[in-house]
Design a protein around this ligand. Structure first.
Ligand code: ADP
Ligand code: MG
Length: 418
């Protein structure tokens, strides 16, 4: 079935076609009719399979029809997402598909001034896309009113219902009318979280696409055993061999992200970083540079693992193993989006073997192992020369200080002799 044949407004069809989408993906095919009927949906489908449009298209249609019949003020749909970048990205999808409708949307997230967001809200919007922290602040201040809400969407639902966010979300539920349509979307879900999701809705329809292998089939993923202190050489070597490849590198912490960037600098390899310690503006700039391909290597913490849709990411590297199988699926899922193919490689050091065992078990089958012979391992390590600019500078400075002290001493002596 083509989008042309869908019972949705012509304006939306026009925008879908402008995006270059011809026919719906599996999850869109299955979820759109249920959402149009007003049902609660829990949709689980692999990364990069078009889950965003699977909820944006029917929501826009429902709201557009309502607005055509009668004008009513107030937020009618709330979409929640875990990170600023993801919220902005979902907003972009709403903007591009809502172009020929009467539906307006706005996005609120932390890290930036509240005032422009409040002004936009005061004008009135139909769809609000939000991260939990900022949403909660604006709800408590009375700038966001949810009493007219009809549709609630949790994107990356398992993450949104997990420990860090659940309290905010439960508190928020008190501000939302109980008779609403609730939609959950994710690539991964655990039994515990599924129960929690069901407890928030009346009669959910569960839609699951290819549940057996959580990693999308267009992603080729493997693992290599590389010790902690050697990882930077292997990464540097790969980046030097494939400078044309768009590579996303995941590390465990913000500090490790910056340290890896400096290590690559010393090898003459350019990279940029994105993590929670960076200003929002810098985060957006890094994302933009990577998106456009001006920068080929982005080092990221897990804030970029969920939902981010950057075209043509050729290669994902788990420089550090993630701490759960779910996180593994989301990280490698940044490549192989839509019809693209992608590759992922994880580095595993001796101290990470336990993590690996857990990930392998939860994935249902072990990640393919890449064999590296002892000779090749050593050769890769030796092939990298790190220029240590910092130390050179320190040595030069120290030499200059010594020279000055020597000159001073000499001149004192000369004076003494006189
Ligand atoms: P998910 O949320 O499932 O990880 P996204 O919604 O981010 O995936 O979509 C992944 C990519 O697929 C996006 O670049 C999007 O534009 C593209 N896409 C979505 N729907 C279609 C479609 N019907 N045909 C072609 N491409 C699509
Ligand atoms: Mg998504």
């Amino acid at each position: 079935m083509k989008f042309e044949e869908y019972p949705i407004s012509d304006g939306i069809k026009k925008s879908i076609s402008k995006q270059g989408f011809k026919k719906p993906t599996d999850i869109q095919y299955k979820a759109i009719p249920n959402i149009l009927r007003g049902e609660d949906v829990l949709a689980i489908a692999q990364t990069g399979t078009g889950k965003t449009a699977a909820f944006v298209i029917p929501i826009l249609h429902l709201l557009h029809i309502k607005k055509t019949v009668r004008k009513s003020k107030g937020i009618k749909c709330l979409v929640m997402a875990p990170t600023h970048e993801l919220a902005l990205q979902i907003h972009e999808v709403f903007i591009s598909l809502a172009k020929h409708t009467k539906v307006s949307s706005s996005c609120i997230h932390g890290g930036v001034d509240q005032d422009p967001q409040k002004e936009k809200l005061a004008e009135g919007v139909d769809v609000l896309i939000a991260t939990p922290g900022r949403l909660f602040d604006l709800v408590s201040q009375g700038d966001v009113k949810l009493d007219k809400l009809e549709i609630l969407v949790l994107d990356e639902a398992d993450h949104m219902l997990d420990l860090g966010f659940i309290k905010d979300i439960q508190d928020l539920m008190r501000h939302i009318p109980p008779h609403r349509q609730t939609l959950f979307f994710s690539a991964t879900i655990t039994e515990k979280i599924k129960k929690l999701a069901y407890s928030l809705v009346t009669n959910p329809i569960r839609i699951q696409i290819s549940p057996k292998d959580p990693v999308a089939k267009n992603i080729e993923h493997a693992l290599a055993f590389i010790e902690m202190e050697d990882k930077r050489y292997f990464l540097g070597n790969m980046l030097q061999e494939h400078p044309e490849r768009k590579t996303l590198v995941f590390v465990r912490t913000k500090v490790r992200a910056e340290r890896l960037k400096s290590a690559l600098d010393r090898q003459g390899v350019e990279a940029i970083t994105i993590h929670g310690d960076k200003e929002q503006k810098q985060r957006e700039e890094s994302m933009q540079a990577f998106r456009k391909g001006d920068q080929k290597t982005l080092i990221a913490t897990d804030i970029s693992a969920r939902g981010i849709d950057v075209p043509n990411v050729d290669f994902v590297v788990n420089y550090d193993l993630p701490d759960s199988a779910e996180q593994y699926v989301h990280r490698v899922g940044r490549t192989g989006r839509g019809r693209e193919k992608g590759q992922a490689l994880s580095f595993c050091a001796t101290e990470e073997l336990e993590l690996l065992e857990e990930i392998d078990t939860n994935l249902g089958k072990p990640i393919a192992r890449m064999e590296i012979s002892k000779k090749d391992y050593q050769m890769t390590k030796n092939s990298i020369v790190e220029k240590n600019e910092d130390n050179w500078q320190k040595l030069l400075d120290a030499a200059a200080i010594e020279q000055k002290a020597y000159e001073k001493m000499k001149s004192k002596r000369r004076k003494g002799k006189k």
